[in-house]
Design a protein around this ligand. Sequence first.
Ligand code: GLN
Ligand code: ZN
Length: 761
Amino acid sequence: MATTIGSTVLGYPRIGPNRELKRALERYWASRGSEAELRETARSLRADTWRTLREAGLDSVPDSFSFYDHVLDTAVTFGAVPQRYADLGLNPLDTYFAMARGTDSVPPLEMTKWFDTNYHYLVPEIGPDTRFSVADRAVVERFHEALELGVRTRPVLVGPVTLLLLSKPDPDAPEGFSPLDSVDKLVLAYAELLRELRRAGVDWVQLDEPAFAADRTRRELDALRDTYHALGSIGDRPKLFVPGYFGDLGDALGILASAPIEAVGVDFVAGDSRVDDLSALTGLRDKTLVAGLVDGRNVWRTDLDRALTTAATLLGMAGDVAVGTSCSLLHVPYDVAVETHLDAQVRTWLSFARQKVDEVVVLGRALREGRDELEGELVAARRAVADRNGADRVRDESVRRRLAELRPQDARRADYAVRQHEQQEQLRLPALPTTTIGSFPQTTEVRKTRAALRAGEIEHSEYVGRMRGEIERVVRLQEELGLDVLVHGEPERNDMVQYFAEHLAGFVSTEHGWVQSYGSRCVRPPILFGDVSRPEPISVEWSAYAQSLTDRPVKGMLTGPVTILAWSFVRDDQPLADTARQVALALRDEVCDLEAAGLRIIQVDEPALRELLPLRAWQHKEYLDWAPEAFRLATSGVRESTQVHTHLCYSEFGDVIDAIVALDADVTSIEAARSRMEVLADLDTVGFARGIGPGVYDIHSPRVPDEDEIVALLRAALDAVPARRLWANPDCGLKTRGYGEVEPALRNLVNAAARVRNTLR
Ligand code: GLN
Ligand code: ZN
């Protein structure tokens, strides 16, 4: 039995190096492929992954496979399937997909962000009656499957406490019930699974507890202690490895160090766990400390010298020191080696999942065998890190000068009262103006045109002509519908961040760098490697063209600095706030050019404002200072008469409500259709007194809202917001919808707004 973990990664991407699993899933869902085909694709991807990891030299190979989401998997493993899905009478795989994606009759489980990443998990529902058992044995079966290939894997599950902390109460649960109330019952089921895994021959099991990188109550910490005391105390079980990641474990680290488990994982990249904090933990002396030294969330090559120094200082503090990644490699693309078109120098600075495995292996060996044995690898890494640190192209002196010369007033506009007056003079909008969030349906035609340009099949002039045709069509449609503030429809954008990254200096884009966002959905985050500036106007021509077609105001449409950072891989050689300011200045140039080109309204979207909020409360203040400041820096270069809008894709503001106020946008559109306008009262409480557009139409569903329903929502909104500050709009962009739904829905929206407007006087 393996007594040590040695070198390992906490998890590996599972969507397939060429997104094979994505394609197989989508074929299966569309009934174009059988379950057997899907399972075969999955099996062969797993075999490749396990073999790759073993052959690369990892001492312990994780099994972190999932068809859709690892949180859902763990819930299903223990039978936490809400009755409405069980009642569908589907086979186990389809029941699982019903929870993930919904069916015609049942909506899916709620989906939300996995901590501060851009990965989304499905929120389990737990009630007092949820009966836990080992209901699904996929994890055991996969262990046998790997064993047949000669690899003894380490099953990975979400730990019981994190699972419950990420769950929400079942809709029928009594008031005051919290999923954590069920921890003892759930732990019994985990215990049963652990025994079963041991019988199957499993040496190590990994139970992830990342929830403890965020602030936790005494009760939650006690639950962690009791849980691992219970699981550690059962006879005949595999060894337990419990990592917490995405930050510092705080008090949870001491609890895990003294629990009767065999290994604890600490994130030395995101956390600022200082080595001295660990030395006080005597409980670690008989445990393995898995040091998360290789960044699982970013794409830069590891400074191996520095990592080794950290590892070496840990040596005396734990029974054994193993080397690992800071978190699962789920969050980075598969392999840099396939990026043959990437800028050659930048490429040498990068490390994707496959390269990170090698880094872990080298660190593990250097730690055991001494640096001399690995001098070749260490020298190569040292050179790459030095090359990046010293590269001219990461620094742009004019950008730095501009940043240094910023004055506080550059991020400030005149009082809202002044702006409001001048904007009304200029725009003459009716009460309850109607608008959309920016994108219109991305038709096959539009996608094909973009693809044709990329493939070099059409000339640029041909592309511009076709896009202008699309913009004109969208503008005419909006005029015909009677919307008050128009948009150009964003047909030129593949993705709201990637599009801007492709046009800004300081970024590179990958060809194959896909990362799972949720289920079969993948994104290709740009890589921000150097100082950012805007060589040329980006969106100005499209927006100006749209404005030239109509007398109604057209909104210029940009993505904000915080969102650009959140959805990119960012440089790690300077504070995020500095990078944000650089992006903000580049956007400021664009905002000013839009104004100069005749756009009187400019929207800067910040749907990721909440996502970057640090997990620990003590870090909030700093974030809540720089993030809104970056937005204001981007938007404060315009005249008072120019109206600045922003858009956020959610309505549970909680911790970021003050930041929303601090953005100081003239108009903010938010999601509200699903939460029945209750958020408006929250905004009122914190003294938000700007224009607000609570979404009155849920674009996440194909359903067309009828006029009466929108009238009712607008009337409800008027209870909290005076008519002169209220806007009527959908709750997000329309790009994923079809015209068949969008046209009638917008028609109803315009009519509903007119009806409510007529009753105002
Ligand atoms: N302007 C963008 C759009 O309409 C906003 C998208 C978003 O908020 N995610 O598509
Ligand atoms: Zn949105």
